[in-house]
Design a protein around this ligand. Structure first.
Ligand SMILES: [Zn+2]
Length: 189
C-alpha cells in the first residue's frame, strides 16, 4: 500500500473513531429515523389503510458506544389502529434484525477503518468473517445491492463493500457522509 493511501486511511479511521464518541452523531441518526417513521405513518397501514399509532420498543444493540446510548435504545415502530398489525419502518441505526448498530457493522467490516476503531467492544473474528461474507456474497445480490451497483461509479478494481460505498459518497461533513451511507443501505426512498 502506498504511504499516501495508508495515511488517508489512518485519517479516515481517526475521524470515524471521533464520531463514534460524539452524541450529536447518534442524535442525527435518530432524527433521520424519526423522519423515516413519519413518512411510514403518513402512508397509513399497508394492510387496511387505517391510522398508524406509535408503538416503539426498547432495543439494546450490541457494540453500542456510550455516546450512542441515549439515542439508540429505542426502535421506532408503529401499530395499526384498525387491524393491530405492527409496522416497523426502516432505520439507519438498526439494520434489519441485526443485534449490532448499523454504523458499527459498516465501519468494522471496512478494510480501511475496521481494524483501527478502538473504543468499541471487540468483535470476534467469527462475527467479522460472517459480516464480510455477507457483504461479499449476499449483499450484492439483494435488491438494494443491485440498485447500489448501478449508482457507484465503475472502478478498475472489483467492488468491495462497504468500502466502495464509503469511498464514493461525498458530503461536507463526516457525520452527514456516514449518515448518507447508512441511508443508501436502505435502498431507494
Ligand atoms: Zn391495518
Amino acid at each position: 500500500m502506498s504511504p499516501l493511501l495508508c495515511r488517508a486511511m489512518k485519517e479516515t479511521s481517526a475521524v470515524c473513531h471521533a464520531l463514534l464518541q460524539t452524541p450529536a452523531f447518534f442524535a442525527l441518526l435518530r432524527r433521520i429515523d424519526e423522519d423515516l417513521m413519519k413518512v411510514a405513518r403518513d402512508r397509513g397501514c399497508c394492510h387496511c389503510g387505517s391510522v398508524l399509532h406509535s408503538a416503539n420498543y426498547p432495543r439494546k444493540p450490541r457494540g453500542c458506544p456510550p455516546a450512542a446510548h441515549p439515542d439508540c435504545n429505542t426502535r421506532l415502530s408503529l401499530c395499526c389502529a384498525g387491524c393491530r398489525k405492527r409496522m416497523t419502518p426502516d432505520s439507519v441505526r438498526f439494520l434489519g434484525r441485526r443485534v449490532w448498530l448499523a454504523i458499527v457493522l459498516v465501519l468494522r467490516s471496512s478494510r480501511a477503518t475496521g481494524a483501527c476503531l478502538d473504543g468499541l467492544p471487540a468483535i470476534s473474528w467469527a462475527t467479522l468473517k460472517r459480516w464480510r461474507q455477507w457483504w461479499t456474497e449476499t449483499f450484492p445480490k439483494t435488491p438494494v445491492g443491485r440498485w447500489l451497483r448501478g449508482l457507484i461509479p465503475p472502478t478498475p478494481e472489483p467492488f468491495i463493500y462497504p468500502d466502495c460505498l464509503l469511498q464514493s459518497v461525498e458530503h461536507d461533513s463526516e457525520d452527514e457522509r456516514l449518515a448518507a451511507v447508512l441511508l443508501l443501505l436502505l435502498g431507494p426512498a
